[in-house]
Design a protein around this ligand. Structure first.
Ligand SMILES: *[C@@H]1O[C@H](CO)[C@@H](O)[C@H](O)[C@H]1NC(C)=O
Ligand SMILES: *[C@@H]1O[C@H](CO)[C@@H](O)[C@H](O)[C@H]1NC(C)=O
Ligand SMILES: *[C@@H]1O[C@H](CO)[C@@H](O)[C@H](O)[C@H]1NC(C)=O
Ligand SMILES: *[C@@H]1O[C@H](CO)[C@@H](O)[C@H](O)[C@H]1NC(C)=O
Ligand SMILES: *[C@@H]1O[C@H](CO)[C@@H](O)[C@H](O)[C@H]1NC(C)=O
Length: 552
């Protein structure tokens, strides 16, 4: 799978004062988050050149779409932040200057998809004339992870007003443990108040007419975009979460008028998709049926069982499935990720059994509420399969009729622990999001809880272990708005991210051993404009004391 790299093994031999970190216990002075697969570092300092350059000689990736160039320019931005860097670095004395970074990518393709190779190797020498960092990766997305790691070795020196690369020489070999590392952001109307000042995106959204009877579309998309912007620009977010799970359609939101503006719809959706993709983030779209779809009936009341009983969607009406088909057909043109999320959670079938025309239909088809729920989910699965998707469904579908689900189903756990064990024993794949540990809207859950949640708990069979494709932390929108979303997500999502990225043996058995490193990362987030909360307490806690952010 991976190519070869000579330089860092040479450095390995030459440098004497190297600390090889292979176990979580040795990481006291390491300031990288999440912890790489293997890392060694020294004690010297380099100056980052003011004309720090990107070199791509002998890379097979042509970068026609500019993904690498953009990633490099974002790297410079996050390293410099708002600091005024002295234009003349030559007076700082004896420290050698790091002139640039050479990036060698082995694959010419930049198709982003589930399971692509995200590995990278990074070395930063402590000498050389001129000295260059060296980054190799199989894909450009692995290289983006490497650039994020590089950025964490850089520090602004307030005395000299230059950027220093600390702890050189570095040699890092890294790849993620799980291939699905998700962050769910559920929409809420309160997020609509979030302003968006991103010009190019404004141009897209301004041209979209506001659907009648809906507050959602324009604002929802705007606020999402802002969230995407802020979260994706955070250091190494790319290497932590590689899936943004977009709960597009919910009880309160989703103007069903949208399919009548298909071109505009495509335009706006695909611009956010492209935005994410250029950062190595897959967008997972969710169409939560048959529950949580009340809003659909605002435009098409016949999708409701009745005016007084509005969800789940009318199972007896063929039009319901036609609409699902049309939406998934649109999705398949925009969301290229292998999976679509079909929800299937929290279905209360009493509106079906209580509404005369549906109850009659159930009798005709010898169905009751439970079996009609199964019928609905399986029929929706078939529609998704026909559009080339594999399906993710919430765990209630598995709990009720797991043996009937398509083998291409991935069961999304949320109700509690121990589910992945049952799902994988049944031969299906699983995503772990147990709400007691990985729901960000549970404010009382601490970062230590997030960090300690092991997706493979009690799964010993290696084949079953492979069926756990990863995990996702969930930020449901009911109790957040633009003022608190970042402090609710960070730093706890980062704690979960290390669990999902870092090799099991490198994960701290006691999270309190790594408080310093996470505190450092959260300060970095703050410096880079992400309003991460402190480590004390649960989500959105206030700092306990005055003083350095490293102490909170
Ligand atoms: C940078 O500083 C050095 C040492 O003070 C000086 O010799 C050199 O002329 C300066 N270069 C520029 C471009 O100002
Ligand atoms: C990274 O280094 C490892 C160990 O030396 C090697 O097996 C792998 O092929 C390298 N990967 C790349 C992308 O160069
Ligand atoms: C900043 O640079 C000065 C001069 O080289 C050095 O003495 C000092 O230790 C540096 N500060 C930090 C925080 O590294
Ligand atoms: C619904 O029907 C299934 C078989 O079709 C049956 O096993 C189940 O017990 C029924 N549920 C209820 C609540 O009657
Ligand atoms: C794992 O197994 C132990 C011992 O059987 C049990 O106490 C624990 O609850 C299980 N954990 C989960 C998450 O299922």
């Amino acid at each position: 799978m991976m190519g070869k790299l000579g330089l860092q093994s040479v450095l390995f031999l030459v440098v004497v004062h190297i600390l090889v970190v292979s176990a979580a216990a040795d990481i006291k002075n390491l300031k990288i988050w999440p912890m790489p697969l293997s890392v060694s570092y020294g004690h010297r300092i380099l100056q980052l050149s003011n004309e720090f350059v990107l070199k791509t000689e002998s890379s097979k990736y042509p970068d026609a779409s500019g993904i690498l160039k953009e990633g490099f320019s974002r790297l410079l931005d996050v390293i410099k932040v708002a600091h005024v860097v002295d234009a003349n670095a030559s007076y700082v004395g004896p420290s050698p200057v790091l002139k640039g970074i050479q990036v060698v990518i082995l694959s010419p393709s930049d198709e982003l998809q589930y399971g692509i190779d995200e590995s990278y190797n990074l070395t930063i020498p402590d000498k050389g004339n001129p000295a260059y960092a060296y980054l190799t990766a199989k894909t450009v997305y692995g290289a983006l992870h490497g650039l994020q790691t590089f950025s964490q070795a850089c520090h602004f020196n307030f005395t000299t007003r230059t950027i220093e690369v600390h702890q050189v020489p570095w040699a890092i070999v890294d790849r993620p443990r799980f291939s699905f590392r998700g962050l769910l952001i559920g929409h809420s109307p309160s997020l609509s108040a979030v302003a968006c000042d991103i010009e190019e995106f404004d141009d897209v959204t301004r041209s979209i007419p506001m659907p009648v009877g809906s507050t959602s579309w324009h604002d929802m998309h705007t606020s999402y975009f802002l969230l995407i912007t802020n979260t994706l620009n955070t250091p190494r977010i790319c290497s932590m979460q590689n899936v943004l799970h977009w709960h597009i359609v919910d009880t309160q939101s989703f103007p069903l008028e949208i399919p009548s503006y298909p071109k505009l719809w495509n335009g706006a959706y695909s611009s956010s998709e492209r935005y994410a993709e250029r950062r190595g983030i897959n967008v997972l779209a969710e169409l939560d049926v048959p529950g949580h779809a009340q809003s659909w009936g605002v435009g098409y009341p016949s999708l409701w069982p009745s005016k007084d009983c509005q969800q789940p969607l009318d199972v007896s009406n063929d039009f319901t499935f036609k609409v699902i088909d049309v939406i998934l057909s649109d999705f398949s043109k925009i969301f290229k990720y292998r999976f679509v999320h079909l929800g299937g959670d929290e279905v209360d079938t009493s509106c079906w059994t209580l509404t005369p025309h549906i109850s009659k239909w159930l009798k005709q088809h010898r169905l009751n509420g439970t079996s009609a729920y199964e019928y609905f989910v399986l029929r929706a699965q078939k529609i998704a399969l026909s559009h080339g998707y594999e399906i993710i469904n919430w765990e209630e579908t598995f709990n009720n009729f797991g043996n009937k689900l398509s083998p291409k189903t991935i069961v999304h756990n949320w109700l509690g622990g121990g589910v992945a064990q049952e799902v994988t024993a049944a031969g299906l794949r699983c995503i772990v999001s147990n709400q007691d540990k990985w729901y960000l809207d549970h404010i009382d859950t601490t970062w230590q809880d997030f960090y300690s949640n092991e997706p493979l708990t009690n799964i010993t069979n290696s084949e079953q272990q492979r069926l756990v494709i990863g995990g996702e932390v969930c930020m449901w929108g009911e109790h957040i708005d633009g003022s608190n979303i970042e402090t609710t997500i960070w730093p706890r999502a980062a704690a979960a991210a290390e669990r999902l990225w870092t090799a099991y043996d490198n994960i701290a058995k006691n999270p309190n051993q790594i408080t310093r490193r996470l505190a450092y990362f959260r300060c970095l987030l703050n410096q880079r404009g992400v309003a991460s909360g402190p480590l004390t307490g649960g989500g959105r806690a206030a700092p306990e004391d005055p003083g350095s952010c490293y102490e909170q």
